[in-house]
Structures are given as structure tokens and as C-alpha cells.
Write a protein that binds this ligand. Structure first.
Ligand SMILES: Nc1ncnc2c1ncn2[C@@H]1O[C@H](COP(=O)(O)OP(=O)(O)OP(=O)(O)O)[C@@H](O)[C@H]1O
Ligand SMILES: [Mg+2]
Length: 339
């Protein structure tokens, strides 16, 4: 199985089947008896709507495991679901799983341990932008610069890859979730209205734009009036949302620019001719490709199906481990042996 254990979404790719699970990384637990009530889509529906004894949580924060036990239970749930639905007959699968760039040993080990205790026989780690680049079918093993920017829920991973390895990179612990928070803050400051996270995300997907639109899109948002405490509805348009998320967009741009600045000139020349590839859910933000190409003067392409690039990349590696084992990230066990 190839797994993209993301802050926002978890995807599972099964050999010869493709992506069989694509659900939010959310778990609902009954705290009275510690039983799992729901995982994934079903748990997502409960966000912000649960009574006191139901804890709805996202076990990953900024791309890394923040609640080990809940992550393990979530992974176990998804692996068992794959078996229950007959997508795989191997009870203890080999797993290729993505990790952000620059995570600590402790964070890497947490992913390995969670995978093993969730039922994996063997775990291989892959850096997420490498998986995304493979999923986007970039020629990562060539001696040429491939630049990928994966914008997820919790992390923005920027990498230049050549000869099967990451040459220069930057990992920002901010991405789509931060934009949702920006929108919440903007609504509070400009409209005195308190929005829920899901409302903010919905409005972002619906009308947000990274560039000014000649004819702004408009939508209504509902939340609680901070003064009266009562429900309130206001209209908001895409230019206002752009203003709200501007700081986050700037941070992504700065990350891209500084990565290019640190990249050796031969590779920069390749990137100029091939362009930058965007993946992750953030790649779907209206106009983000335009913004990045305007600011860097480099063409920008959005990968096909950007939300599934990491999982498909992990799947491709799994199906061709012999040829692609060099692109894997070393396991914490290898280090234990060499130290
Ligand atoms: N059409 C869209 N416009 C803007 N943002 C979007 C759109 N669709 C999804 N997103 C955002 O993409 C993010 C989820 O992307 P993705 O599934 O790639 O993240 P992830 O892999 O779970 O997170 P990470 O890689 O940070 O661990 C969310 O913040 C979501 O709001
Ligand atoms: Mg991701």
C-alpha cells in the first residue's frame, strides 16, 4: 500500500487497484469508553458539532503526528477497511508512506511505529515532495532540475529534485489550514462575526483567489455575531478573501523564491524551461499558479489531480521498489544500525 498520511486527508493506494481510500484525517472518539465512533468523512461531519463526550480530532498537525495513539487507530481503521472491502488479500501489507521534508528522527519514527502497530509488515518512508513529483510523472531520475511545490493542509513543501535526490528544499509549516484561520480572523476583524473552521474552508474553496479578479466572486457567510451573540449573515467577495490570505500567500512565494535562490544555476536553467509543478490541495486555489509565475517569471503547471499526487507517487514506488529504492528516505532502523 502507498499511503499519504496528510494533515487534512489520508489516501491509500493499493497495488493494481489505485486509490481506494481518500478521506479526511479526522477521528471521533467517545471519551466515556474510549471507543472510536467514526473515522474519515463520517468524523469530519461531526467537527464543531459534537457533545462534550465526543472528541473529534485531527491527529496530525503541520504534517506530523501530534497524537500518536489516535493516528495509529486511524491508520489501522483504514488498513482494515481496505481488507474488508476486498481490495487487498495480504493481511500485513508493505507500506510506502510519505513524510514531510526536514522532520525530526522522533517524528519519522512515530510514522514508522504507527504504521507497524496499525498492521504493516514493513514500512518505507518517502519524502512527500519526492512522492508528489513521482506522482506527477516528473523525470526525477534525470540529471535535470525538477521543481515541485506541494501545498497541503498543514505544510508547504518546496523541493528541487535531480538525479533521484532532493537538491534544495524548504518546508513551511503552514498551508491551507492557515488560510482558513486567516479567513476566520478577517471575518472577526472586519465583520465582527465568528466563523467555524469548516465554513472558512468552504468559502475558501468556493471563492478564494490568489490574484485580483476583474469580476470578484461573491458569497454569503454565516457565523455568530460577536456583539449580539446571535447568528449573522454577511456577503464577502474574493478580493476580500485575497486580502485575508495575503500573508500566507506571501509566505509561500517567499519560500519558492528563496529555494530558487539557493539552487545551483544549471538546475535553475532547467526549471526555467520546464516550469514549476504544483501539487496538494492548495494547488487548486484559484490563480495561485498565475501568482507564482508572475512573481518568479517561471511557468507554473498544476499536476493532474493534485490532491492524489503523493499517494499515487507512493504507489508507483511500491510497484517498482527495485528501481526506486534509492529515492526512499532512510528508515530510522538503518540509522540505528549505522550509528
Ligand atoms: N479548490 C481548493 N481551493 C483551495 N484550497 C483547497 C481546494 N481544495 C482543497 N484545498 C485545500 O487543500 C488542503 C488539503 O490538501 P491536501 O489533501 O493535499 O493536504 P494534506 O496532504 O492532507 O496535508 P499536508 O500535506 O500538509 O499534511 C486543505 O487546506 C484544503 O482546504
Ligand atoms: Mg500532503
Amino acid at each position: 500500500m502507498g499511503i499519504d498520511l496528510g494533515t487534512a486527508n489520508t489516501l491509500v493506494y493499493v497495488r493494481d487497484r489505485g486509490i481506494v481510500i481518500d478521506e479526511p484525517s479526522v477521528v471521533a472518539i467517545n471519551t466515556r469508553n474510549d471507543q472510536i465512533i467514526a473515522v474519515g468523512i463520517e468524523a469530519q461531519r461531526m467537527v464543531g458539532k459534537s457533545p462534550a463526550h465526543i472528541a473529534v480530532s485531527r491527529p496530525l498537525v503541520d504534517g506530523v503526528i501530534s497524537d500518536f495513539e489516535v493516528t495509529e487507530r486511524m491508520l489501522r481503521h483504514f488498513i482494515e477497511k481496505v481488507h474488508r472491502e476486498g481490495f487487498s488479500i495480504i493481511p500485513r501489507p508493505r507500506i510506502v508512506i510519505g513524510i514531510p521534508l526536514g522532520v525530526t528522527e522522533v517524528e519519522r519514527k512515530a510514522v514508522e511505529d504507527a504504521s507497524i502497530s496499525a498492521g504493516a509488515r514493513e514500512v518505507f518512508l518517502i519524502e512527500e515532495p519526492m512522492a508528489a513529483a513521482i506522482g506527477a510523472r516528473l523525470p526525477i531520475q534525470d540529471a535535470s532540475g525538477n521543481m515541485i511545490v506541494d501545498i497541503g493542509g498543514g505544510t508547504t513543501e518546496i523541493a528541487v529534485i535531480s538525479l533521484g535526490g532532493v537538491v534544495t528544499w524548504k518546508s513551511l509549516r503552514m498551508a491551507g489550514d492557515r488560510m482558513d484561520q486567516d479567513i476566520i480572523q478577517y471575518a472577526r476583524e472586519h465583520f465582527n462575526i465568528l466563523l467555524g473552521e469548516r465554513t472558512a474552508e468552504t468559502i475558501k474553496k468556493k471563492i478564494a483567489s490568489a490574484i485580483d479578479l476583474p469580476e470578484p466572486l461573491e458569497s454569503k457567510i454565516r457565523g455568530r455575531d460577536l456583539i449580539s451573540g446571535l447568528p449573522k449573515e454577511v456577503s464577502i467577495n474574493s478580493n476580500q478573501i485575497r486580502e485575508a490570505i495575503n500573508r500566507s500567500l506571501r509566505a509561500i512565494l517567499e519560500g519558492v523564491k528563496s529555494t530558487i535562490e539557493n539552487t545551483p544555476p544549471e538546475l535553475v536553467a532547467d526549471i526555467y524551461s520546464r516550469g514549476i509543478v504544483l501539487s496538494g490541495g492548495g494547488a487548486l486555489l484559484r490563480g495561485l499558479d498565475r501568482l507564482i509565475s508572475d512573481e518568479t517569471k517561471i511557468p507554473v503547471h498544476i499536476s493532474d489531480d493534485p490532491l492524489t499526487a503523493v499517494a499515487r507517487g507512493a504507489g508507483i514506488i511500491l510497484e517498482d521498489l527495485e528501481n526506486l529504492k534509492d529515492v526512499l528516505s532512510p528508515s530510522t532502523k538503518d540509522n540505528a544500525l549505522s550509528n
